[in-house]
Design a binder for this molecule. Structure first.
Ligand SMILES: [Zn+2]
Length: 136
């Protein structure tokens, strides 16, 4: 997928979110949309999920795959996974990641970013100003 198409794809994905949902205080991650291919799987809406949690896929992916205990790789905006994990297992691992690396542990808001300081990863919250180091 070329970059312009990808941007367009992301834009369309975000246009599909109803106005009410955008303004909602509640931070919800889209449920995984899975397609099984032979003995493997594809997360079809992976780019949408990554966009929502606004984290670098290079940070997300190794942690996610390790917790899941399988191998996988990006294919366009989709994530290819070895094996056939169940939707709720994938959703749970994504939520675990979000709780640890996206939501501020002080105010619980998702307006955060991860920066590298002295070889440590530090989570900075733009909502309440908290900053703390996170493992891995
Ligand atoms: Zn905060």
């Amino acid at each position: 997928m070329d970059f312009e198409l990808y941007k367009d794809y992301l834009k369309r994905a975000s246009d599909q979110i109803p106005e009410g949902a955008k303004q909602s205080e509640r931070f919800t991650i889209p449920g995984v949309k899975l397609r099984y291919e032979g003995r493997n799987s594809l997360i079809l809406n992976f780019s949408k999920i990554i966009q929502k949690i606004s984290r670098d896929v290079k940070h997300f992916l190794p942690i996610f795959l390790k917790n899941l205990g399988t191998m996988g790789e990006l294919r366009g905006g989709q994530l290819f996974l070895k094996g056939q994990p169940k939707n709720d297992v994938l959703d749970r691992h994504i939520n675990d990641y979000v709780n640890k690396y996206v939501l501020c542990k002080i105010c619980n808001k998702p307006d955060t970013e991860i920066v590298k300081e002295d070889k440590k990863l530090v989570l900075i919250c733009h909502a309440c100003g908290a900053r703390y180091s996170i493992d891995e």
